[in-house]
Design a protein around this ligand. Structure first.
Ligand code: 13P
Length: 250
């Protein structure tokens, strides 16, 4: 049995004040959530602040991105995996569609980052997903397969024992249009099936989150699908009641 995992991707939102309020709200409710791994991924600048507020909490902390370069150096504006480790980050989101589309991250760069994170012992949350145009033109599966192949070729199937996958259809992110449970399940099964061709045991164990307009009122049905193991939550993770309701649904 896979333990569901729900992570909040706060994206570029928050201030010390709003983050304190949000964490107080999460801390007040999190004891009621059982059998689910939970993480929050604040903007890098606030990771230390969040860690200090969450001391002793079951809620883990992750980052939203990191540098490709494994060690420190002259890379203005970047944050290294060693810095994330120094701040006790358990996870790092890699290859989010906003990184791919707005900042030009390629499959090869994402694969490098995944390997760098694995080498440092930080669990990557590897995001994959198709655009609406790709879905409508029938290349959805090949797009997702290519995104996965970049990591498979660089790190091998065994690496997926230490990778979380997030399927995020680009057309469902921040749009209020969620994939139907059937649409999401179809792609999750495709992803697991593709990994199973390389190693069935690894594929059976890998956590595959769904992300894209998950809300309290659609989470139960989405998370009830056999190959959906929790979610990567954007907008709704900024509201403590909504995020906790989604965690309970997993
Ligand atoms: P929304 O939940 O706001 O659609 O964002 C999803 C997402 O991109 C999480 O990484």
């Amino acid at each position: 049995m896979r333990k569901p995992f729900v992570a909040g991707n706060w994206k570029m939102h928050g201030s010390r004040e709003s983050i304190s309020n949000l964490l107080n709200g999460l801390s007040a409710q999190v004891d009621a959530v059982k059998g689910v791994d939970i993480a929050v991924c604040p903007p890098a600048l606030y990771i230390d602040f969040v860690q200090s507020q969450l001391q002793g909490s079951v809620i883990s902390v992750g980052a939203q991105n990191m540098a490709e370069e494994p060690v420190q150096g002259a890379f203005t504006g970047e944050v290294s995996v060693e810095m994330l480790k120094d701040m006790n980050c358990s996870y790092v989101i890699l290859g989010h569609s906003e990184r791919r589309s707005l900042y030009g991250e390629t499959d090869a760069q994402v694969a490098t980052k995944v390997q760098v994170a694995l080498d440092a012992g930080v669990t990557p949350i590897l995001c994959v997903g198709e655009t609406l145009a790709e879905r409508e033109s029938g290349v959805m599966e090949s797009v997702i397969a290519t995104q996965l192949d970049a990591v498979l070729e660089k790190s091998g199937i065994a690496a997926f024992e230490r990778i979380v996958i997030a399927y995020e259809p680009v057309w469902a992110i921040g749009t209020g249009v969620t994939a139907t449970p059937e649409q999401a399940q179809e792609v999750h099964a495709f992803i697991r099936g593709k990994l199973a061709q390389a190693d069935a045991a690894v594929a059976e164990k890998v956590i595959i989150q769904y992300g894209g307009s998950v809300k309290p009122d659609n989470a139960v049905e989405l998370f009830g699908q056999p190959d959906i193991d929790g979610g990567l939550i954007g907008g709704a993770s900024l509201n403590a009641d909504d995020f906790m309701a989604i965690c309970k649904a997993a």
